[in-house]
Structures are given as structure tokens and as C-alpha cells.
Design a protein. Structure first.
Length: 468
């Protein structure tokens, strides 16, 4: 092992030690204390918003409008998790009183409580420098659950990560809280990231990023002497099914909405619609032409990193080699040109190259011959964050089949609108079967995200002082 790696690992050891030292204190902290911290972080973020947005725009190129909206979302969810803590979500108990007599009717008193897991390693995402980064939803939900957070910043926005962390440190000092509640572990390479995941004091991992990187870290978490939960969001192609009855009504406006969704943020959304499934019909043919017309004038900004653009071009080339180009012009701006490809359902089902995620402004149009074949296309997707179904207003066996198929592979099923945009609320489910996420029973957006970092414990005949 090189000296550089030894230095990286020593720095991680020091950071994790601070987090571990704060774990017992934070696990026993009151809801009021946790809520005060979360609200304090939201206020401090807003107070430094202009300066932070300028840094984020310089590093990411996402634009001040988009980034200001993201700060608003981040502050909103910090305050939302504070309210959930005050409402008692992490402290909920289920109590079954004792019943005299022999089993199975008789039983002792059992009380089910929730305990924080301990220090959480949080790997920031590149595409949301605020909402999925240092003070993003993973950090907010882990703190709300009573877990300290060790933040692994993303290399795509290092200056912003340090600036936000400085803000965090100031809030902790002002509130008289241990600095180990939020710490920054600058793991500059894959080996250091793996070391963080396998550190014996880390109790869980939250990750948002690429399939390759996430899978490697997930395997590292499972290779530990004591495996730990790994809550990873790894990738998604988000199929959108548009039936002829929907296109017959308003295909032009639907095409415009879809074109915006495909190119939003230069296509760098985990919920970007990457596969458009149509039935072979005149309405579908017209819709494809309208979609091409709607996407043609859209210009994109530069992608988050050079590596990300190279990855997009590589994935798009793999799809292009196995499909027909519908719209694929040369780039004439700072970002890559939007593009559309087309194939038939049988080819999509048979060829895994057509199911590769193009993380950028591109989509593949898949034409099926029947609702049953659409269901086969969805089954071939395997796992995705979202599936959108347009045109299922009426009850029929075919529509029921499509709903069942969508629910089987998705964390969220939409019946109108587009999948980009994920509301922070109680009913939200942002996850899905592999490879969308490593833990499809959990969500990384919405207030149920707290539950990832809590472990249930049943207390039998516990004395009053234990139950509080």
C-alpha cells in the first residue's frame, strides 16, 4: 500500500472516530434537539445561498435558476424531517400488553422500539449538488433517525462541499453539539471509498451514483466481517408507455412535455425518461415526428464532468449501434446534442445493449405490437425508479396487465405527467428493484427515508425505566 493511501486511510480513521464518539449521544438525543439542528442547518443554508449557488454553478454548470430551486428543496426537506422528528416518527413504539395463560394465547409484555444504526457513510451525488449532497436527503434523514453522518463529498463539486461543510461546522459550534455529528471524509480514490465503507465503526451506507461504482461499494459492504446495510441508488432507464388513446387526444403537447423531461438538466436526472414505449399505430407515428420536432430546438448546457459526458457518449454509441437514429444532430453548444433512437420490442427484449442507461439527453423509442408485448418490454427492463403510463383512464384487462407489470419493476408508477421531479412527502417511494436500488423496500426521498437508519428491537417484560 502506498504512502498516499496510508495518509488517506489515516484521515478517514480520524473522521470516523469523531463520528463514532458522537453516536451514543445522538442516539439518545431528544426530538427537540434533533429538530433544532435540522432547522438550524436549513436557515444557515438559506443565509449563505447566494455565495453557495455561485460556487455550485461554477463547478456544475447547472445554472443559478436550477440551483436556487435546489437550495429551496434542500431547506424544505431539512425542516420537513425536523417536523417528523417532533411528531415522534423515530421514537414510535408498538406495545402488546401481557396476557395471562399458556401460549399461544398467553404471552409476556412486548414493546417494539426503534434504535439508530450508528454512523452512516453518505456518498454524495454529482447531479444534485445540494439536495443529494452534504446536506441532502440522506444526511437529513440519518440525523433525524439519530445517526451521525460521515460525508464522502463528490469530486464534481469539491469547493461547494467544503463550503457547505464549513457552514455545518458553524451550526454545530453555535448549538454546542459534538463536531462528530457531521464529518467530511475526502476519499480521493476508489480504494479510500472502499476503506470508508468497510470501516468497522460505519454502521450503514447511503449512496447515489453510477451502477459500476455503487455495485463495487455494495459488494464491499457485504464482504465485511460484519456486513452492513447499503442503501444505494444505482441507475434507472424509467420507461414511459404512451398508448394511442392518450396520443389521439393531445399528442403535440405531450411531445413537448416529454422533450423537456428528456433534456432537463442535460438529461442528468436519475428519473429522466430513457425508454419510450409505443404501440404501432398512426397516432404513435405522428407522436414520434412531433417529439423530434419538439426536441430539435432544445440546446443543452455542459455536463457535470468530462467523465460523465464520455460515459454518456459511450452509452449512446452502444444504443446507436443497435437501433435506428430518429434525431441525432451534431452538438452546436456547450453540451451534447439531444438524440432519439428507435427499435422494435423484440429487439429491445433480446438485446441488453439497448437497455443500457444513457445518462444524458437521449431516449430510445420502442414500438410494440400489443399490450402483452409492452408488458414483456417492461419485464425486460428488470428494475427502475419509475414507470409512466399514459392512456390508462379506463378499466380493462390490458390496462390491468400494464399496471401490474409497472408495479413489478418500479418504485413509482405515474399515470400522467413526466417522471422528472420527485416530491418530498410521506407517500413518496424513490427506489426500485435492482439495478435501480440495492434496497427496494426503502426510499431515499420522502419522510419514510428515516426508517432506513432505524433497527427494530422487541423488549420483553422491560422495566418502566427502560421504556421511559
Amino acid at each position: 500500500m502506498s504512502t498516499l493511501h496510508n495518509q488517506d486511510f489515516a484521515a478517514i480513521d480520524a473522521v470516523v472516530a469523531k463520528s463514532a464518539a458522537a453516536a451514543a449521544f445522538w442516539a439518545e438525543s431528544s426530538g427537540a434537539l434533533r429538530a433544532t439542528l435540522l432547522r438550524g442547518l436549513a436557515t444557515a443554508l438559506e443565509q449563505q445561498q447566494a455565495e453557495l449557488v455561485a460556487i455550485a454553478d461554477r463547478e456544475s454548470g447547472l445554472g443559478e435558476g436550477r440551483l436556487n430551486g435546489e437550495v429551496a428543496r434542500t431547506a424544505f426537506q431539512l425542516r420537513g424531517f425536523a417536523s417528523e422528528v417532533e411528531a415522534g416518527l423515530p421514537f414510535r413504539q408498538v406495545d402488546d400488553q401481557a396476557i395471562t395463560g399458556a401460549p399461544p394465547a398467553g404471552r409476556p409484555r412486548l414493546t417494539r422500539i426503534q434504535r439508530p444504526l450508528g454512523p452512516v457513510a453518505m456518498f454524495s451525488a454529482s447531479n444534485f449538488p445540494f439536495a443529494f449532497s452534504v446536506l441532502g436527503g440522506d444526511t437529513a434523514s440519518a440525523l433525524a433517525a439519530g445517526c451521525p453522518v460521515v460525508i464522502k463529498p463528490h469530486s464534481g463539486h469539491p469547493e461547494l462541499s467544503r463550503a457547505v461543510f464549513s457552514l455545518v461546522a458553524g451550526v454545530l459550534r453555535a448549538q454546542g453539539l459534538p463536531e462528530g455529528l457531521l464529518t467530511l471524509a475526502e476519499a480521493p480514490n476508489r480504494a479510500a471509498g472502499t476503506y470508508l465503507v468497510q470501516h468497522p465503526s460505519i454502521a450503514a451506507v447511503a449512496f447515489t451514483g453510477s451502477y459500476q461504482g455503487g455495485k463495487a461499494l455494495w459488494q464491499a459492504a457485504n464482504d465485511r466481517t460484519r456486513p452492513i446495510p447499503f442503501f444505494g441508488e444505482l441507475g434507472s432507464i424509467n420507461p414511459l408507455v404512451a398508448l394511442p388513446r392518450a396520443l389521439e387526444k393531445d399528442s403535440e403537447n405531450l411531445a413537448k412535455s416529454l422533450a423537456v423531461s428528456i433534456t432537463l438538466g442535460c438529461g442528468q436526472f436519475c428519473t429522466s425518461p430513457g425508454v419510450i414505449v409505443l404501440l404501432d399505430s398512426p397516432h404513435s407515428h405522428r407522436f414520434v415526428a412531433q417529439l423530434g420536432e419538439a426536441i430539435a430546438p432544445i440546446t443543452t448546457h455542459r455536463m457535470l464532468t468530462q467523465g460523465m459526458q464520455q460515459g454518456f457518449e459511450s452509452a449512446a454509441a452502444a444504443v446507436a449501434a443497435n437501433a435506428t437514429a430518429v434525431f441525432a444532430p451534431q452538438a452546436d453548444g456547450a453540451g451534447p446534442a439531444p438524440r432519439l433512437f428507435a427499435t422494435d420490442a423484440a429487439s429491445f427484449i433480446a438485446n441488453a445493449d439497448l437497455r443500457e442507461e444513457m445518462f444524458g439527453p437521449a431516449a430510445l423509442i420502442v414500438t410494440a405490437q400489443s399490450a402483452a408485448q409492452v408488458a414483456e418490454v417492461l419485464d425486460a427492463v428488470g428494475g427502475t425508479l419509475t414507470t409512466t403510463l399514459w392512456g390508462l383512464e379506463s378499466d380493462s384487462e390490458e390496462n390491468r396487465l400494464l399496471v401490474r407489470s409497472a408495479q413489478q419493476i418500479s418504485g413509482r408508477v405515474l399515470f400522467s405527467g413526466v417522471p422528472t421531479g420527485v416530491a418530498v412527502c410521506h407517500a413518496q417511494q424513490h427506489g426500485g428493484p435492482w439495478p435501480a436500488s440495492t434496497a427496494p423496500q426503502s426510499t431515499s426521498v420522502g419522510y419514510a427515508a428515516i426508517e432506513r437508519f432505524l433497527r427494530p428491537v422487541a423488549l420483553q417484560d422491560a422495566p418502566a425505566w427502560v421504556l421511559g
